[in-house]
Design a protein around this ligand. Structure first.
Ligand code: PLP
Length: 230
């Protein structure tokens, strides 16, 4: 039975089926988590996805998390920050977010830790690496990762769990795959150096099959689930 692409339920089922199909690429589907990315879609749409079994959602703006978290208080959703963060948003992150995947610099770690300590909380974080060449994409330079992971040990409220990246926007599969392979390489190296970093958040609507083939443990999917954004 093919899922109806005109409904959220149908698109979500189709994405889940494509993740399950990663068995063919030699991956265990149980090791690949889906993070639905609900940015720009309203609380009503998120509620529908909750009814379909999702309870973690990725957003790239903290203000949007704050608005939706307030409206969806009863749903006990884990909000995940995946967009570039300014340090002046640290307090809102500490209040509303369950996790940050876009940690890319020391001053942000300092601000987040301070805000989290003030609230007596800790959160999981992923370090975002810049594996592409585009100026518009943020992320830490990969060669700075070993030093950065060492510095992050000073922040007890930040539990570093892995790495995140956005691949180059390219039609050339080899170029896209190289970004994902790079992230895995830096994760493996950090693990070898004794860091507890297992997770690889990589792959979006247009490239998640390649990301899974390269070892992704978490795909961040917006369009393919929620439809086109305005
Ligand atoms: C928007 C966004 C996604 C999802 O992108 P789609 O192409 O809609 O699947 C994933 N990761 C980040 C960091 C994003 O900002």
């Amino acid at each position: 039975m093919s899922a109806d692409p005109s409904t959220l339920a149908g698109r979500l089922a189709a994405v889940r089926a494509r993740i399950a199909a990663c068995r063919e690429a030699g991956r265990d589907p149980a090791e690949v988590t889906l993070l639905p990315v609900s940015k720009t879609f309203g609380a009503d749409v998120v509620r529908e996805a909750v009814l379909l079994g999702e309870r973690r959602f990725g957003e790239n703006k903290v203000q949007e998390i704050q608005a939706k978290a307030t409206e969806l208080k009863a749903e006990a959703i884990d909000w995940v920050v995946i967009g570039h963060l300014q340090t002046n948003k640290a307090k809102a992150v500490a209040t509303y977010a369950a996790e940050v995947q876009s940690l890319d610099r020391l001053d942000l770690a300092v601000a987040l830790d301070k805000a989290l300590q003030a609230q007596g909380r800790g959160i999981d974080v992923l370090v975002q690496l810049k594996t592409s060449t585009e100026d518009t994409k943020s992320g830490l330079a990969p060669s700075s990762l070993p030093g950065f992971l060492h510095e992050l040990k000073a922040f007890s409220s930040l539990r570093v769990r892995g790495l995140m990246t956005l691949a180059e926007a390219s039609d050339d599969e080899a170029v896209v795959r190289r970004c994902f392979a790079d992230l895995r390489h830096w994760r493996d190296r950090a693990r070898d150096e004794g860091h507890d970093v297992q997770r690889l958040s990589m792959g979006m609507s247009g490239d998640f099959a390649l990301a899974i083939a390269e070892g992704s443990t978490e795909v961040r999917i917006g369009n393919a689930i929620f439809g086109a954004r305005n």
